[in-house]
Design a binder for this molecule. Structure first.
Ligand code: ADP
Ligand code: MG
Length: 239
């Protein structure tokens, strides 16, 4: 039996989420390249292992070797890395076409050797690769919908990672996610600062502030205070 909420193991973030991500829902981490999405998602995966859950992590952006030498070296991965079912996926949309629910479920389930029902936590990093592979917004939206239906049907708690464009709206994944965590690099008076905010979380009242964080060998560490927007800049306030 999994704990009621799927925690990140990052106290301040878990508090902001009302305890963690809700079970059997699809959730999203979104942000530009290099902000820390993969590190955050892998912290959530490692926390699942520590809770005794079955954890699978689909990676489209990294090879097995670079994954192990990159994510395997963070302190939070100690004793967890080898217990995660890492799936290195090279998407070929021809396998999925015609894009019917049956086709999608067949291809996707085969990644888990048919055992998706046994998975408790699943990370999909990143769905932007799927978007690029389809190069068609209607097909991409449809694939996301099939993915989310399959997660709900299989009682899987999913965290998907999506690359945000430099300018303009995020992609489609936000619409079907129950929780959206946005990571960004803010322009502040003396340079730049990493900060995250919750854009939405169903069933939970949550802060809207930008919370500063840093990335260390221990992963993402949330800091004190918050950033508030003042004209075009974000100013720091303590407490
Ligand atoms: N061991 C580390 N210590 C400090 N910062 C790190 C470390 N490893 C990676 N980073 C920072 O994390 C960034 C990449 O984070 P990642 O989660 O891979 O980004 P993305 O959002 O593209 O998935 C790097 O650009 C670097 O700034
Ligand atoms: Mg990444």
């Amino acid at each position: 039996m999994c704990p009621a909420l799927a925690k990140f193991g990052i106290d301040k973030l878990d508090d902001m989420l009302g305890g963690g991500l809700d079970r059997d829902t699809v959730n999203l981490v979104v942000g530009r390249n290099g902000v820390g999405k993969t590190i955050l998602a892998s912290q959530w995966a490692a926390e699942g292992v520590r809770e005794g859950e079955n954890v699978a992590y689909i990676l489209t952006t990294m090879s097995e070797n670079s994954c192990k030498s990159y994510l395997g070296n963070f302190s939070f991965m100690k004793d967890c890395y080898d217990k995660i079912d890492w799936i290195f996926l090279d998407i070929d949309v021809r396998d999925l076409l015609p894009l019917t629910k049956e086709n999608f479920n067949r291809v996707f389930s085969s990644l888990f050797r048919g055992k998706l029902d046994d998975v408790d936590r699943l990370v999909f990093d990143s769905v932007t690769s799927v978007e690029k592979a389809f190069a068609d917004p209607v097909l991409y939206r449809r694939a996301l919908k099939f993915f989310s239906d399959l997660c709900y049907d299989s009682d899987v708690t999913a965290l998907i990672v999506e690359e945000a464009p430099l300018y303009g709206e995020f992609g489609e994944a936000k619409a079907l996610s129950e929780c959206v965590i946005h990571l960004d690099i803010l322009r502040v008076p003396n340079g730049y600062a990493r900060a995250m905010r919750l854009i939405k979380k169903y069933r939970t009242g949550h802060p809207l502030d930008w919370i500063p964080y840093e990335i260390t060998d221990d992963g993402i560490v949330l800091k004190e205070g918050r950033y508030v927007r003042v004209s075009y800049e974000f100013h720091y306030e303590s407490g």
